[in-house]
Design a protein around this ligand. Structure first.
Ligand SMILES: [Fe+2]
Ligand SMILES: [Fe+2]
Length: 322
């Protein structure tokens, strides 16, 4: 990774937020508290619970195991069959880099939740999640440093979403952005990575992280349960707009523009391939499946979000028929 520098790597976001203290110390028999109890016993240590000894050779022959990403160049690929292995490595490096940046985003935005959410149970749980996210940053940063030696900068769309969220004053929108959209994608993506990436180190890191992320998703669902039943149509329309923008930005990210650029492939051709190749479409639909599920649970799977997801092939129509 590039060394820290005052101008090259530091991003500052101004925010006007409303922190709140609460002298009602809550209930220890709530669903939120159960999650907190689970979190306390599920802590793990990046230094000792991951076997860091296997060597990783970037560029060595990869054999993706579960076939989510085509193991060999499919028809219409903008990359020649001889370079498909290079693509698979670029894809892994890009994904892990975005995991790392996303984890830092989750670290900061969840820390913000501690301040701005009103309930003590939610503050307490969010604090536990902050520790999880710090651990995730540690794991991916170490993997990139020690095993890959190369990384990608944050995707521009993800950075903009994180900037917007850090400037956000409505705490439920913070939940929607982080706990629903970003975490929903992260949960599935880390599970996919844990079964399809090429080396044992990233496999064990993503397996451990996926367990934590499943808890984080539950946190969002519990926190937003019933939240949108009593909102005004104006307030709901604001949330709807936010969700459409967040889903669109995240969907664009998975067209892999930076990967094609780095491989020296025509970016428009690369994006067209990802849009049309059946395996790549199925991969994106799998990634967004959890987001659909959670939005349905919290009552925010709006017609506009559904239409957007269909237009961008992020879900099959049958998914919405359930
Ligand atoms: Fe995380
Ligand atoms: Fe998380």
């Amino acid at each position: 990774m590039s060394p820290p520098g005052p101008h090259s790597t530091l991003v500052e976001v101004d925010a006007h937020i409303r922190s709140c203290l609460n002298w009602d110390y809550g209930r220890r028999d709530s669903r939120m508290w159960q999650l907190y109890e689970r979190s306390k016993v599920a802590q793990w240590n990046v230094s000792t619970d991951i076997d860091w000894t296997p060597e990783v050779h970037v560029g060595s022959l990869l054999r993706p195991r579960d076939g989510l990403v085509p193991p060999t160049a499919p028809p219409g690929s903008p990359v020649s069959p001889e370079r498909w292995n290079d693509f698979l490595w670029e894809f892994q490096v890009w994904m892990v880099s975005q995991f790392l940046h996303g984890e830092q985003g989750a670290l900061l935005t969840t820390a913000r939740l501690v301040e701005v959410v009103p309930d003590i149970e939610a503050k307490t749980y969010a604090a536990a999640q902050v520790a999880d996210e710090a651990r995730h940053v540690e794991a991916y940063a170490r993997y990139i440093d020690e095993k890959l030696g190369v990384s990608y900068p944050i995707n521009a769309g993800l950075e903009q979403l994180l900037r917007d969220l850090l400037a956000e004053s409505r705490w439920d929108v913070l939940y929607l952005g982080v706990q629903v959209v970003i975490e929903g994608l992260a949960l599935v993506a880390t599970r996919v990575a844990s079964t399809s990436f090429g080396d044992p180190v990233i496999t064990s890191i993503t397996r451990m992280i996926a367990r934590d992320e499943a808890r984080h998703i539950s946190f969002g669902v519990v926190a937003l349960d019933g939240m949108y039943q009593d909102m005004t149509s104006r307030e709901l329309a604001d949330r709807d707009d936010f969700l459409q923008e967040a889903v669109h930005v995240m969907s664009q990210r998975f067209l892999l523009g930076e990967v094609w650029e780095h491989l020296g492939v025509d970016v428009a051709a690369g994006r067209r391939f990802v849009r049309n190749d059946p395996r790549m479409v199925a991969f994106r639909q799998l990634l967004f499946f959890k987001v659909v599920q959670v939005l349905r649970q919290i009552g925010m799977l709006t017609p506009a979000v559904r239409d957007l997801m269909l237009a961008e092939s992020l879900a099959q129509p049958e998914v919405f028929a359930k």
